[in-house]
Design a protein around this ligand. Structure first.
Ligand SMILES: C=CC1=C(C)c2cc3[nH]c(cc4nc(cc5[nH]c(cc1n2)c(C)c5CCC(=O)O)C(CCC(=O)O)=C4C)c(C)c3C=C
Ligand SMILES: [Fe+2]
Ligand SMILES: [Fe+2]
Length: 325
């Protein structure tokens, strides 16, 4: 039999527990990445260690506690489920699926070395971010290169840069929405909330904002027969700088005064539910919307390990494996 191919699904990372020390360790690693916070290194380390970690980490304890699942942090639980489901899908093929996180555990280096030990000379790196951003996708590719610097005999790598417009990804999102509407009825408005980025990153050439709007345009087209207006917004603003707009919470808080009293919100840029979707959107934004007079707020979950999404992911992987498979 020929050598197996390694398929490595990689998401961002999440604290090992909701203890403050684990949250601090996670934030420190993540926010020390110069691809994530593009401020002069010494200035930023001073702010991070002196202000951000001491104040933000304790505040996040309660937030993580609210969403924590039996198996751990939702981001990890859903990523594990995606890995297992994709491995099952490829059970009859010479493909080994592993998961890893860019920050923390499961460790990316261990996952790459583990795949090599299992005989994988070829590894496909799959970022669990459909839209490309330097602060997510590029930093992952940087890290893979950095890990490989220590190797004399490096594996043969392929990377998936983005799948914001992949028909199978769009069809999975559309199916998720349609299924939700079939069971619960259509809303007045569907808001697609993507993770935000500093405006400066986009001004410097990050294609992320355009990628998000491309996904939204295709999803709008797929759902056009429902005549529901579909809008785009950006969530999870961090720090004082200007971020790409409009902000999700601002949009939701304006809706009631514009006559929009029932809204569905979906987060298509997150392949798995996590703190930013479950706490910030499903809990926090629902409360903010209702405080301004909104009547009905429904959160449509992420694709997580939905069977149609796992089929789509297999298709996206196969497309990139090309001549390898
Ligand atoms: C400058 C700061 C940040 C940038 C840029 C950023 C981009 C970015 N992040 C995600 C996906 C996720 N982010 C998550 C949490 C999170 N993000 C930031 C900051 C930036 N993100 C912080 C400080 C945090 C921690 C929580 C908080 O303090 O609000 C998560 C969830 C992790 C979890 O444990 O559940 C995800 C996923 C994307 C896709 C993105 C750029 C496109
Ligand atoms: Fe983030
Ligand atoms: Fe956040």
């Amino acid at each position: 039999m020929s050598q197996p191919i390694g398929v490595l699904l990689v998401n961002l990372g999440t604290p090992a527990s909701y203890q403050v020390a684990d949250i601090r360790r996670y934030l420190n690693e993540f926010l020390s990445d110069t691809r994530v916070v593009e401020l002069p290194k010494f200035l930023w380390q001073f702010i991070l260690k002196g202000v951000v970690l001491p104040f933000r980490a304790p505040k996040l304890v309660e937030k993580y506690k609210e969403i924590w699942m039996d198996g751990g942090s939702p981001l990890l639980v859903y990523t594990q489920a995606q890995g297992e489901a994709l491995a099952h899908k490829f059970a009859d093929e010479n493909i080994i699926v592993e998961i890893a996180m860019r920050y923390g555990e499961p460790d990316l280096e261990k996952a790459i070395l583990g795949l090599r030990e299992k005989g994988c000379e070829r590894i496909l790196v799959v970022p669990m971010y459909p839209q490309y951003a330097a602060s997510t996708t590029a930093t992952l590719f940087d890290r893979v290169a950095q890990i490989s610097k220590k190797m004399r005999d490096q594996p043969d790598y392929r990377f998936i840069k983005r799948y914001a417009e992949h028909p199978a990804y769009i069809a999975s999102l559309a199916h998720k929405v349609e299924e939700f509407w079939r069971l619960n009825g259509v809303p007045q408005r569907l808001l697609l909330s993507f993770h935000g980025l500093p405006q400066r990153s986009v001004d410097l050439g990050d294609p992320y904002y355009d990628d998000c709007h491309k996904t939204a345009a295709l999803l709008r087209e797929a759902l056009k027969t429902y005549n529901v207006e579909i809008e785009v917004s950006f969530q999870s603003q961090f720090g004082k700088a200007k971020w790409i707009s409009p902000a999700t919470q601002t949009v939701l808080e304006r809706y009631p005064s514009q006559g929009v009293h029932n809204v569905d919100v979906m987060c298509p840029g997150f392949a798995a539910d996590c703190l930013e979707t479950l706490e910030e959107i499903q809990l926090g934004c629902a409360e903010a919307f209702k405080a301004k007079g909104g009547k009905q707020f429904r959160y449509i979950p992420c694709l997580n390990a939905d069977p149609m999404w796992i089929d789509a992911l297999a298709q996206i992987v196969k497309d990139r494996l090309g001549s390898w498979s």
